[in-house]
Structures are given as C-alpha cells and as structure tokens.
Write a protein that binds this ligand. Sequence first.
Ligand code: BES
Ligand code: ZN
Length: 459
Amino acid sequence: MAAVAADLEQFLASAQSRIHDELNDFLRIPSVSARSEHTPDVRRAAEWVAAQCTAIGLTTSEVIDTPGHPIVLAEWRNAPGKPTVLIYGHYDVQPPEPLELWTSPAFEPTVRDGKLFARGSVDDKGQLFLHLKALEAHLASRGTLPVNVIVLAEGEEEVGSENLASFIAAHVGRLQCDAVVISDSTMFAPGQPSILSSLRGLAYFEIRVRGPQSDLHSGMYGGAVVNPAMELARILATLHHMDGRIAIPGFYDDVKPFPDAVREQMRGLPFDEEHFRAEVGSPALGGEYGYTVLERLWTRPTCEVNGLLSGYTGEGAKTVLPAHAMAKVSCRLVPDQDPAVIENLMDEHVQSVVSAGVTVEVEHLHGGKPWRAELSGPIFDAARRALLAAFGKEPVITGEGGSIPVVGDFQRLLDVPVLLVGFGLPGENAHAPDEWISIENFEVGMRAMAALWDELAAT
Ligand code: BES
Ligand code: ZN
C-alpha cells in the first residue's frame, strides 16, 4: 500500500501547533456572508486567505472584488508539463444564531474531546485551510509542487454563490485546468474516506401572504376577514401528498432515476437508520414513501419549510388577526431538475391554490443546479490512492443531500471533472450551534490532500 511521503508527514507533524494557531485565527473572523453588518469581516477573511496563499509560497494571490463579497484567486504554475488543478473552497460562514445554544462562543475556537468547535470549522474554513497547508507541506519541504495549482476561494457560498458563475465564465482561460478539487462535504463515517458522486440542487423561495391593511382585533374581525396565517398554512399544506410526494404539478417531470449501479452501491453502504434517527433526535423518521433514508437524502427531491413568521409570538396571549404571514421554503433538486423550471412551477402552483381575501407573492431567493459525477479518470484514481495512503482504507462512493451550486458551473464552464472529497463527519452541526470539525480528520485530511498531488503527478 502506498504511504504519504515521509517529508510531507514530517513537515505536517513538526508544524502542527503553528497550523492549529493559524486555523484558530481564521475561525475567529466572523465572516457571515448573509449579514451586511459583517461585510467588513467577510473582506477581512478574504484578505486573510490571500495572505496565507502568499505565505505558503504561491506565486500570485489576489483579492478580487465582485458586486457581492470578494473572490480570492492564487496561483502556482511552475510545473510545466504537469496537470493543473483548481482547488475551490469558501471562506464565508452561516450566521451563528441562536447564540445561546453554543457551549462556547461561535467565533472563539475551542477544543473539547478531539473536536474543534467554531462556526465554519467544518463548513468550510477548516477544509479550505487543510488544502492550503497540504500545499505548504510540498513547498516548504521540497521548494516545489508536483502539479500546477489554482486556489479559488469565495465568500458567497452560503448565500447562493450569486457572482461566481459569471466570474468563472469571464475567466475561463485563466481558470483552465485538468480537474477541480473541493473539500466541502462529509465522510460516510469516522475513518471511512469518501468520494462524492452527487449533490442535490436548490430552489429557495420566500412566500408572502398579505390580507388586511393592518393587524386586526381577532374578536371584532375574526370569522369575516381571511386570516393570512391560516391561508399560508393551507398553501403550505398543498405542497405534499399524504405519502410524502410533492404535489406541485410537473415537479417530477425532469427527475432522472439514479443508475442501478449507483443505487446498488448505496444499498451496500452500512447505514443504520435507527442510529441516524437517534442522532437527529426525532421520535420517528419521515419522508417519501417507498425509499430508504439514504435514497431520500441523496436521490430524491424535497420541498421544505425553513422558516415561518406571522402574528403574535411573544409571551402569553394576544387576540390578533395578523395582517401578513411569511414562509421561507426550499426545494432540494436532483438531476435533471432545473431550478428555473421549478421556480415557475412553484409560482403557478401557489397562485392556483390561493383564496380570494389575500394576495400572495413568491420571491426567488437563490438556486443551484444538482450535480452527478462521472467518477473516472486520473483525478479519481489518484484520489483513491491518496485516501488509501492517508486513512489506510479504500474510499467509498457516497451521495449527498446538500448543495454546492458552483460544482455544476465548474463542470459546465471549464469542462473538467470535479472531485469532491470531504473530511467532515455526520453530526458535526454544520449550520447549527456547536459546529465542529474532527481534529483527526483535519490532520489526516491534510496528509491525504498532500499525497493527492504526488499521486496525480505520478499518473
Ligand atoms: N458544505 C455545504 C454543502 C454540503 C453540505 C455538502 C453537506 C455536502 C454535505 C455548503 O456550504 C452549503 O451549506 N451549501 C448550501 C448551499 C446553498 C446556500 C445555496 C446548502 O446546501 O444549503
Ligand atoms: Zn454550508
């Protein structure tokens, strides 16, 4: 069995405490892309990443403005005749709220029990940073890299990557490469390295229902005036059939079944539904009738309420008929569903079921296409060998329920394979309080990615 090269191992072991200090500095920056009050922090994180790229020895490193948050682009191209890889990650994070549910503050990285807790630790600062340190291991111990490298880090992944596709399209020549490599996903289980074969897409909506011009006394008006909160609840209830299927006409028209071989592989994974249930803490699992939990998560589309707002929600009772109600609703999509098509279907459906007495507006917040990998070629073979070398175990092929909208754009605009190899773990609380990354995965992940470049250059 191949091993991670001794010089890389040695560098990473000897630099371990500095690497962790640097990661902590990165995690302390509250780069919350969704909140305008954090715009300066998001820029500070971009500048931090750009400075890291220079410090580890990449030859160029820039912070590039966009209409939204900046993009960091860094390069090292001194391996003529060798493959060029583009490493993508995101330095923005989700909002940390509700703050009171964090055991230690979201932006004060804290180690407990082999876990590093902080917002962004696993999604995605820790995973982006481990790539930078894998590159540093090569440059510091050998003065060179076995492949040419482009690092592209964005600050808008958690808000839909609005400006990234146009950036890629405008810089196709400069971003030309042989493969894109991304670590922004999870492993199937601890110690079990994993290569992703699919991601779901996304169509995200805000549905606003308006009724009377202001809140009303629910005794003086209730019963004669249509209640926007009740009306919103009714609209939301029309989104599904009793068996869990989505009831929006045409919703499944473009769903292409997963190949039998992929479904077969999924069924072979040792997935314990009861363990999953216990981990999420729900009294029972639900979803679309006729599918296993993994199939529901990885191969089937969804339509879910993400948030609800209406009327009086303070202490005690207030008799009021609310003037408006709002829901945030998202659909996860599978190949070949197109977010633009789903947006139209949602609009038509909602307008067709709304009653007289209220008006309803559907706003499209953001979308992303689903993605499925081919999983063959030099980058995948190299990844299998590198993961085996670092983890001592062959990787499994998994699917994923989350979305990384830019993955499809990379594949389409650059026409290259995208390798998704993540080092998160189930239960790491991404987007939730007490997000953490396994320190062991961070360490082994760095070694695996350092080994990947040796393996790729050797093919
Ligand atoms: N890292 C996640 C995506 C992900 C989650 C991949 C779990 C694999 C496993 C990413 O940062 C993310 O959260 N994406 C958003 C995309 C959205 C905001 C457009 C998501 O999936 O909700
Ligand atoms: Zn995320």
